[in-house]
Ligand binder design. Structure first.
Ligand code: GLC
Length: 435
């Protein structure tokens, strides 16, 4: 059980609260895979390519006409995620370009009408479930293809003075709600509905986004109620512009724990969709530190892979997941079902705690001694987690230990760990303390 103070969500939820059981399961899992996959994988230069390059529907059409992922093997995806230590996944059913990964009865703009010709969501969901992972859906509120989605400042077709006279947002609203209903009734139990995103108050260069959309445009309360009715245990995120079950810091690590339940979402290289020429890959040890930092602040980490146009995870993504898996295989005890500690970690360390086990994650390996404030007399046994080798401890005695050749006076209550000079060869060394 996570240790430490529980924070209340900052405002009253507009929706019926999620069950305590589902919430506990979410927190137990701690680490998930985000999958951004769609037509933009073929352009291979960011999932916002249609907007960034202001492509017309006709210019974007070749990606639809050529969408034929011949190497698609959802079990290989699920295996890679599971081996990395991930416990759930969230899949883009539709991104902002409006392309649907399932055979929706409400549009022809779906995978069923591409050369692939059939549903992709079902096989992905089944493959992940078969390996025991939870299944969630990311669903874009924004839609750059639907003819009744009013053109706004984020839309690829935006120009000052653009007319929306022929667009009726109510038609889009029924489409949005209808598609969510399809997704939540066709694929069995869905653990998360991850909506993206609202921007009615978004300011860039001192300007509100023209035509920016939010709760009133999505009919968010109704949409959330629909999710609760169809899938009572599906966690709903906070991007409907009404309070959800969890908040979603994106591409940054919160310096202090956000209020309430939270899940950081992070990329491997800054892009969510497959981005061929983007080499800004985060190294494995950085990603592991991000996971640890998140759990030490009582959050979850949702780490993204953008499969390519043939339906495969590229070698760099696989290599990264493999590296993370090497670490989680040995150190899962400090992550799953663990949470923050009320003890204060020394510099360059993060604590997580699970019951009477306190985990010291050492981000910068010191020379021989690690001083832990407030833990003298509280630790029964200490070991390195990677190989269960004992770590000996001492409580420095100011009377005995001062003088030039001694450790010197440390604040009363300090427990000192005697570390080997050789840092264990793992991404982040962990010392397990038995309180
Ligand atoms: C954003 C972006 C998007 C990405 C998402 C993930 O809001 O629009 O492309 O899917 O965040 O958090």
């Amino acid at each position: 059980m996570p240790h430490g103070p529980e924070q209340e969500p900052s405002s009253t939820p507009a929706i019926h609260p999620i069950s305590a059981t589902r919430l506990a399961e979410f927190r137990e899992q701690r680490f998930g895979l985000f999958i951004h996959w769609g037509l933009y994988a073929l352009a291979a230069r960011h999932e916002w390519v249609k907007q960034r390059e202001r492509l017309t529907d006709a210019q974007y059409q070749p990606y639809f006409d050529n969408f034929d992922p011949d190497l698609f093997d959802p079990d290989a995806w699920a295996r890679a995620a599971s081996d990395a230590g991930m416990r759930y996944m969230v899949l883009t059913t539709k991104h902002h370009d409006g392309f649907c990964l399932w055979d929706s009865a409400l549009t022809d703009y779906s995978v069923a009408h591409t050369p692939h010709g059939k549903d992709l969501v079902g096989p992905i969901v089944e493959a992940f479930r078969a390996r025991g992972l939870g299944v969630g859906f990311y669903h874009s509120l924004i839609d750059w293809h639907h003819p009744h989605f009013p053109i706004d400042g984020l839309h690829p077709a935006y120009a000052e003075g653009v007319s929306n006279d022929d667009r009726n947002i109510e038609i889009y609203q029924s489409y949005l709600h209808g598609q969510v209903e399809e997704l939540l009734t066709r694929y069995g139990r869905i653990d998360t509905m991850w909506f993206d995103f609202s921007y009615s108050t978004r300011v860039r260069n001192g300007q509100l986004t023209p035509g920016g959309k939010g709760a009133a445009d999505w009919r968010s309360e109704e949409l959330a109620a629909l999710v609760r009715r169809l899938q009572p245990d599906a966690m709903i995120n906070n991007r409907l512009e009404i309070p959800g079950d969890f908040v979603t810091p994106e591409q940054f690590q919160p310096p202090a724990p956000p209020a309430g339940v939270w899940e950081a979402c992070q990329t491997l290289n800054g892009s969510w969709g497959y981005d061929r020429d983007n080499l800004d890959y985060k190294p494995v040890d950085l990603l592991v530190r991000m996971l640890v930092d998140t759990v030490s602040k009582n959050g979850n980490l949702l780490l993204n892979v953008g499969p390519n146009g043939r339906g495969a995870f590229d070698p760099r993504a696989l290599e990264t997941l493999r590296g993370i898996g090497e670490w989680t295989r040995l150190h899962g005890r400090s992550i799953y079902g663990a949470g923050p500690s009320t003890y204060e970690a020394p510099p360059d360390c993060r604590y997580t705690q699970r019951g009477d086990r306190l985990y010291v994650h050492v981000f910068a390996w010191p020379y021989r001694h690690l001083h832990l404030p407030g833990l003298a007399g509280k630790v029964r046994y200490a070991q390195l987690l990677n190989d269960a080798s004992e770590i000996r401890t001492l409580v420095p005695d100011p009377a005995r230990d001062s003088g030039h050749t001694k450790l010197g006076a440390l604040p009363p209550g300090t427990l000192t760990l005697q570390l080997p000079v050789q840092r264990p060869d793992v991404a982040v060394p962990v010392i397990e303390l038995f309180l």
